[in-house]
Design a protein around this ligand. Structure first.
Ligand code: 6PG
Length: 478
């Protein structure tokens, strides 16, 4: 077999298949392989005309068909299946070859795999890929990590097949080892927050105005013409206006209200706890999915827990809609601000040197959270690459400044009327917390010192102190 493929893809479920087609459509000779050969055959039968494919039945033939340094994209389930494919590949590869894991792997696994393969002289590039099936085929957002040398040969191909915004590829080198998968994980955390905020906005419009799904869909379509313009708002407008063929009811009303997840949101929150970064919007969004799926608890509570709630009295429909829009935009800015803080903290912790402005740039197209306002985030980090808080950038300060009164009205009305808005409320609480001159954390420090001699610092002089609470209350310097 002559080694003439410029890239190979193993794992031809829908994402792998579409990525392979995307490579082929861009003129790359693409080696393809799958554990069961039937999938490989069906790819060639259905889409062979997309470009130049080299199908192989065995892993050995597949590897042999790729020119060196080999670039092998692995697109299988995260966890055990990825390790199994790597184990099969490694004996067939040579020094300098590159394995690209384009699945949603957990970044600590990517760090481990990268370190193990580096010892064998093989590059392991954990790569975030966002955009679902459609993105994989027509241009995803791509977030590659691994060694910078690997990007020299791999980068141009990935940039070529990625989405483009204003001619700029939605792909760039993220940082060493697990940085690419880390950034994809945070992307997904933000995706969870964005989706939950949209769901809360929908619920407020539904309950506050008594509006139909169709009407709310029209409101979202209108919002999609302004600052909120984004893929998720666009598909929300579409979903809300969709009618179930079987019942003639709004589609959203016939779907069971239990949100599932594959785990990337959970990973984001777990990591934020480890790093000590308050990503409250993402955390509440993740827990809101958990609450929706808490079947026995919900069954025990519905009709049992007293509401003591008021009823909506909206006199100005347009003003209410505008309040919801502003609350949504402000809460969304908080979710992104928190997500970018998490990226900064991990970058520091792992020595990744991630350029946050570049991350916002590659999320402008192709990915699930693609949105008009990501341009604004890039601009903010261009103004100050060390910006400590996205919210404090002048553009975003203005946005939340214009939105904060609406935000307060919406969160308080929701609470008074018994509508759950965990993401809206926690984002506002974060906003008020981070801007507070003084927080009640002083009391927590005092309590900790009282029961555990955990010490405290004072506002008026340097040093670490302890008070003898149960004795004479004298203060000693620790
Ligand atoms: C993407 C998506 C994609 C997928 C996630 C989220 O960027 O293309 O984030 O990775 O939709 O798996 O799915 P869950 O909601 O099931 O966690």
């Amino acid at each position: 077999m002559s080694a003439r493929a410029q890239i190979g893809v193993t794992g031809l479920a829908v994402m792998g298949r579409n990525l392979a087609r995307n490579f082929a459509r861009h003129g790359y000779t693409t080696a393809v392989h799958n554990r069961s050969y039937a999938k490989t055959e069906s790819l060639i039968a259905d889409h062979g005309s997309d470009g130049d494919f080299i199908p192989s039945e065995s892993m050995a033939d597949f590897v042999a068909s790729i020119e060196r340094p080999r670039k092998v994209v692995v697109m299988v389930k995260a966890g055990g299946p990825t390790d199994a494919v790597i184990a099969e590949l490694v004996p067939l590869l040579e020094q300098g070859d590159i394995i690209i894991d384009a699945g949603n792997a957990h970044f600590p696994d990517t760090r481990r795999r990268e370190a193990e393969l580096k010892e064998k002289g093989i590059h392991f590039v954990g790569t975030g890929v966002s955009g679902g099936e459609e993105g994989a085929l027509n241009g995803p957002s791509i977030m590659p990590g691994g060694a910078p040398e690997s990007y020299e040969t791999l980068g141009p191909i990935l940039e070529d097949i990625s989405a483009k915004v204003d001619g700029v590829p939605c792909c760039t080198y993220v940082g060493p080892d697990g940085a690419g998968h880390f950034v994809k994980m945070v992307h997904n955390g933000i995706e969870y927050a964005d989706m939950q905020l949209i769901a809360e906005a929908y619920d407020l419009l539904k309950q506050g105005l008594g509006a139909s799904a169709q009407e709310i869909g029209e409101i979202f379509a209108e919002w999609n013409k302004g600052d909120l313009e984004s893929f998720l708002i666009e598909i929300t407008a579409d979903v809300l206006q969709h009618v179930d063929a079987e019942t003639g009811k709004a589609f959203v009303d016939i779907v069971l209200d239990r949100a599932e997840q594959k785990g990337t949101g959970r990973w984001t929150v777990q990591n934020a706890l480890d790093l000590g970064v308050p990503i409250t919007g993402i955390a509440e969004a993740t827990f809101a999915r958990a609450l929706s799926g808490s079947v026995p608890q919900r069954a025990a509570a519905v009709g049992v827990l007293p509401a003591e709630a008021g009823s909506w009295e909206i006199t100005d429909r347009d003003a209410f809609i505008e309040d919801v829009r502003r609350a949504l935009y402000s809460s969304k800015v908080v979710a992104y601000s928190q997500g970018f803080d998490q990226i900064a903290a991990a970058s520091e912790e792992f020595g990744w040197d991630i350029d946050r402005g570049a991350m916002a740039r590659i999320w402008r197209g192709g990915c699930i959270i693609r949105a008009r306002f990501l341009n604004r985030i890039t601009e903010a980090y261009e103004r100050d690459e060390n910006l400590p808080l996205l919210l404090a950038d002048p553009y975003f300060t203005k946005v939340v400044g214009e939105g904060v009164a609406s935000w307060r009205r919406i969160v308080s009305q929701a609470a008074l009327n018994g509508v759950p808005t965990p993401a809206f409320s926690s984002s506002l609480a974060y906003y008020d917390g981070v801007r507070a001159e003084r927080l009640p954390a002083s009391l927590i420090q005092a309590q900790r010192d009282f029961f555990g001699a955990h010490t405290y610092q004072r506002v008026d002089k340097p040093g670490v102190f302890h008070t003898e609470w149960t004795r004479d209350r004298s203060e000693t310097e620790a």
